[in-house]
Design a protein. Structure first.
Length: 273
């Protein structure tokens, strides 16, 4: 049975964090307290942050660094900020044994960051699949031997750094290169890599496509047990068009799965009466 009340931690207080809060509350969880790690320039008005996230002001605690978040000892922390936030905050959280879900998976493409995380107890680390699906099938296919995995990310030209209006392939290379070169746009490339062939063997192509209304993610693979192709067109957050709505729900799902002892599905058919 889902725990009815938890102390939640958040890294970031933007639109993704708001999606996570709404999804958790919709699932019937009461948030007794929410500790939020955010930049000093965003922490000036805790009451305003509470209103934006749909929380009672008295349950919100704002901190300015990872040590402050650790001191408040939330049951689980959801990272909804950036690759830099993962590097700065997640190692101390893991060292304290605090379960942490990360959305900015591309941070793990940096060898120093990955080394810092692996020096801690990574059993407390949860990686959200973010804006893409099919990672369970890809990970299962890996057991039969993966021959190739390709990720193609298509976005409207204005969504890429530098903008523009025409069709263009703006990057071709490995998942590691994509995640490091486009820290705000290619976290999905790292997610696909971790589920499949790894950061240096996963092929990535990033495309500015004026025919796209939203962000499109395409994954193709060939393995000993299957050949597969997944395509998702993600809708943007209504609060911030640059943020994937799916990513916030993915983080919320990881939080809910942590609280749920049974099968990691939220179908009403699998919930206790």
């Amino acid at each position: 049975m889902i725990a009815p009340t938890i102390d939640l931690g958040l890294i970031g207080c933007g639109s993704m964090a708001a999606t996570v809060i709404r999804a958790i509350q919709t699932a019937g969880i009461t948030l007794s307290s929410v500790a939020i790690l955010t930049r000093p320039d965003r922490a000036a008005d805790p009451a305003q942050i509470a209103v934006r996230l749909g929380l009672r002001p008295e349950c919100v605690r704002i901190v300015g660094d990872a040590a402050g978040l650790v001191a408040l000892a939330p049951r689980i922390v959801a990272e909804c900020a950036s690759q830099d936030a993962v590097r700065a905050a997640v190692p101390p959280l893991l060292a304290a044994g605090i379960e942490t879900v990360i959305a900015s998976v591309g941070a793990l493409a940096d060898a120093d960051t990955l080394r810092a995380l692996c020096a801690r107890d990574t059993s407390a680390l949860r990686i959200a699949t973010g804006a893409v699906g099919g990672m369970d099938a890809l990970a299962a296919a890996r057991l039969s031997g993966l021959a190739e995995v390709t990720y193609v990310g298509r976005k409207p030209p204005a969504s890429w750094p530098g903008g523009g209006t025409g069709h263009a392939v703006i990057f071709e290379g490995t998942a590691r290169e994509a995640a490091l070169k486009f820290p705000k746009n290619a976290n999905v490339a790292a997610t696909v890599a971790f589920a499949g062939l790894g950061l240096d063997a996963t092929e990535v192509r990033l495309v500015a496509d004026p025919g796209c209304m939203h962000n499109v993610h395409e994954i193709s693979f060939s393995a000993g047990c299957a050949k597969g192709f997944f395509r998702m067109e993600g809708l943007p957050s209504p609060d911030n068009p640059r943020t994937s709505l799916t990513a916030g729900f993915s983080v919320a799902r990881c939080v809910l799965d942590s609280l749920r002892p049974g099968p990691h599905f939220s179908s009403p058919d699998l919930m206790p009466a």
